[in-house]
Design a protein around this ligand. Structure first.
Ligand SMILES: Nc1ccn([C@H]2C[C@H](O)[C@@H](COP(=O)(O)O)O2)c(=O)n1
Length: 338
């Protein structure tokens, strides 16, 4: 799963009616440590601040909007992002470039350089070159992502294939008002969990989870997989008579991995997950201080889930199933003209 897919999904939260940009920061262990989209500063109302592109300076969005790259850096979930790579849909402006350099990021990967002839981009390149920050363009070889909330699955759509995917009806854009059709928070974090699951090597079921704090910052993400550094020695099968030859004793669940991958405190956080947690993950959820579990699929009627519910009730961890309003979400990579 390329971090670019994540950047496009993150961009979906932007209220900018004309241009939605997403960025995500990846550390050397290939973990996502920061995500951001373009939007008004915290506390500056999306309804009151202007979204217009033209007009007197103080009446357009440009003086106020925080760029996706800047937000990804300020949303980082660890102290040190030096030597990380930032993936961004648009080439960074000079202001974001200063923030990128000062935070120690060592590589910028961007998809679109439509502003490359503007002074801001030229200044960015000068600074990146002077400070030995690498930058490269990645041309998309995919058309988009199709997130299926009903199945909890995500399909990467190839160029050409997108024509067969039903596209959401496009309304005339009113670029004087905030964008109306961005994903609501619960659906957004479940979509992130579905996309994270795409990294799983499990041939049977790919599951994902993410942990979100009160500030709506993602503090940890995980998918089901074998213990790290286990070099493919463990089986994925489930049908052997010898239980030691089945995956069950070895596989780490998405929820456990999300907790262990978290870089910020998970106490008091919400955990979003595709399936209801098993009893073993429930123990980890309770012991780590997570306060709420939001699951996409209905809990199956099996002892492991009943035990999890009994423990959640006793420990006052709330849980609820969330069904997004739309069954499908198409994340269109051509939303920004290259
Ligand atoms: N590297 C960039 C460049 C721009 N943005 C944001 C800032 C605005 O919200 C929007 C650009 O507006 P446009 O003039 O294209 O309608 O994109 C960013 O986040 N990162």
């Amino acid at each position: 799963m390329s971090p670019f897919f994540m950047s496009y999904l993150v961009a979906n939260r932007s209220k900018d009616p004309s241009t939605q940009v997403g960025a995500c920061i990846v550390n050397q262990r290939k973990r996502i440590v920061g995500q951001g989209y373009n939007g008004m500063p915290r506390g500056c109302s999306d309804d009151e601040f202007p979204w217009k592109k033209v007009g007197p300076d103080l009446e357009t969005k440009y003086f106020y909007v925080c760029h996706a790259e800047m937000n990804a850096i300020f949303n980082k979930n660890c102290d040190d992002i030096s030597n990380c790579t930032i993936y961004t849909i648009l080439f960074p402006c000079n202001q974001c470039t200063k923030t990128i350099i000062q935070s120690g990021i060592s590589e910028v990967v961007y998809m679109c350089d439509k502003n490359k002839d503007k002074v801001e981009a030229i200044a960015s390149m000068k600074m990146l070159d002077a400070c030995n920050v690498r930058y490269r363009q990645l041309r998309p070889s995919w058309a988009g992502l199709n997130i299926d909330f009903k199945q909890g699955l995500c399909e990467i759509v190839k160029i050409g294939q997108s024509k067969s995917i039903p596209q959401p009806t496009t309304q005339q854009i009113d670029n004087t008002k905030k964008r109306q059709n961005c994903l609501p928070w619960d659906a957004y974090f479940l979509a992130i969990s579905i996309l994270v699951a795409k990294r799983s090597k499990c041939p049977e079921e790919q599951l994902g989870a993410c942990i979100v704090n009160e500030e709506k910052r993602i503090v940890g993400q995980g998918y089901n997989g074998m213990p790290q550094n286990s070099r493919n020695v463990f089986p994925w099968r489930t049908d052997s008579k010898n239980i030691l030859e089945n995956k069950i004793l070895y596989e780490c669940h998405a929820e456990l991995n999300a907790i262990l991958n978290a870089n910020l405190q998970v106490k008091g956080c919400k955990l979003y997950t595709i399936t209801f947690p098993c009893n073993e993950c429930a123990k980890a959820i309770i012991q780590s201080g997570i306060k709420e579990v939001i699951h996409l699929k209905k809990a199956e009627d099996k002892d492991t889930y009943v035990a999890a519910q009994i423990m959640f009730n006793a420990a006052k961890v709330t849980f609820r199933q969330h069904t997004p309003k739309d069954e499908m979400l198409y994340v269109d990579f051509s939303q920004i003209e290259l």
